[in-house]
Design a protein around this ligand. Structure first.
Ligand SMILES: Nc1nc2c(c(=O)[nH]1)N[C@H]1C(S)=C(S)[C@@H](COP(=O)(O)O)O[C@H]1N2
Ligand SMILES: [Mo]
Length: 380
């Protein structure tokens, strides 16, 4: 069987050998295995880190029944997501450089030598296409632009498996060549190129990581958000206007549905014991910012409704539609004393954009699950 797959196929006419397919199309010294293998090593580390943090983020957002997400450390999701987006962004210059270093192989002549060669090239195509898809879709998500018909988190998740699978296969197939290339030292000009790529990675990181690392905020030239910029000193993801939320009137009531259901007016909510929590909003899109929140403990509200400690609850918003109009709070988070229905942020009543009159804020939880404009809490 192998022999037949290996059998040479007729070569296409030489007249087609143009542009990058020409024999002398690539003359740069960086098209060399010593360069490719080193870039591949960095890319592998960055991609694997991005994949693992991506999986964690995915499972925290849609927890399977076997998974219990702890509510501590409070900054857990924030760090996870910061690393996910930073490593993903670092992959962009790394992948471009790696593709450039192997450009002559991408434009080999003849394009297919045998059936086996075609299969090999197809696997590379899947690898490159899935990796490019992950980086491009992730990048567009960071800037909140969704020019596609599919649901970003699901597709980004499934294609990640395709990408990581093809990477593992690729590394396994190339292992001997990688070992040889890593054993020999790149020439000085190749080292200069590698240094340049490292500088590009550092630059990309420095001009974006300030969206989550407050001390570097002023350097975050390419980040769409800065942690301290926004109403009440905190960015806004979806505004009240975008969510079509009207200011609530005196007839607003928070419903707590449990064994002993009840309703609270805003005045009644404010009269309950208020607690403080310093917690971050950690958006899946990569920005995060700490706020000082003040409000009513979720567990106190649940106790009043006769619900056992650590009940799972659904928190619903005044928002009529929208993907994030409600969220489920699991046992660990609902029992945690830092989980609040917040009425205040940074010393003042919540503004409409931050979820007035009441919003959920819980430790170690993605931004998408920190439901704003809360109207109902329901024990499940
Ligand atoms: N009802 C509702 N709550 C929501 C959202 C939403 O679209 N609707 N967006 C979420 C997202 S994605 C984030 S990151 C946080 C941001 O909170 P902030 O706008 O107060 O910073 O709110 C969350 N709460
Ligand atoms: Mo978000």
């Amino acid at each position: 069987m192998r022999l037949r797959l290996d059998r040479p196929l007729p070569a296409p006419p030489d007249a087609l050998r143009r542009g990058p397919l020409r024999e002398d199309a690539f003359s740069s010294p960086v098209h060399d295995p010593t360069v490719t293998a080193r870039l591949g090593r960095w890319l592998g580390i960055a991609f694997a880190t991005c994949f693992v943090t991506g999986l964690i983020s995915h499972y925290i957002q849609q927890p399977p029944s076997w998974l219990t997400v702890p509510s501590r450390p409070v900054w857990g999701y924030r760090v996870n997501q910061g690393v996910h987006v930073a490593t993903g962004l670092a992959c962009v210059p790394l992948l471009l450089a790696k593709l450039w270093s192997v450009a002559p192989q991408l434009w080999v002549w003849p394009p297919v030598r045998s059936v086996l060669h075609a299969i090999e090239r197809l696997s590379i195509l899947v690898l490159v296409a899935s990796a490019v898809f992950e980086l491009v879709s992730g990048l567009l998500n960071v800037v909140q632009w969704y020019p596609w018909p599919f649901f970003f988190p699901r597709t980004h998740y499934y294609v990640a498996w395709v990408a990581i699978g093809s990477i593992v296969l690729h590394v396994a197939v190339k292992a001997p060549a990688i070992a040889t290339a890593l054993a020999s030292r790149p020439s000085p000009e190749r080292r200069t190129f590698l240094f340049g790529v490292a500088a590009a990675v550092a630059t990309v990181t420095v001009v974006t990581v300030g969206q989550t690392l407050r001390p570097l905020s002023s350097l975050a030239l390419l980040a769409p958000r800065r942690p301290e910029v926004g109403p009440q000193g905190l960015p806004v993801n979806r505004t009240a206007a975008a969510a079509r939320i009207d200011p609530v009137g005196p007839d607003y009531r928070l419903t707590v549905a449990g064994p002993r259901p009840y309703e609270l007016s805003l005045a009644e909510l404010r009269a309950l014991p208020q607690h403080d929590a310093e917690l971050p909003i950690a958006c899946v899109e990569g920005w995060s910012a700490t706020g000082r929140w003040r409000g009513v403990r979720l567990r106190d509200l649940l106790e009043q409704a006769g619900a056992p400690a650590g009940s799972r609850v659904r928190v619903s918003s005044l928002e009529r539609d929208g993907l994030y109009r409600e969220s489920v709070v699991d046992a660990a988070h609902s029992a945690d004393g830092l989980t609040l229905l917040a009425l205040e942020l940074n010393g003042a009543a919540l503004t409409p954009d931050h979820g007035s009159p009441v919003r959920l804020i819980a430790p170690n939880r993605p931004g998408v699950l920190q439901t704003k404009w809360v109207v109902r809490v329901e024990v499940l």
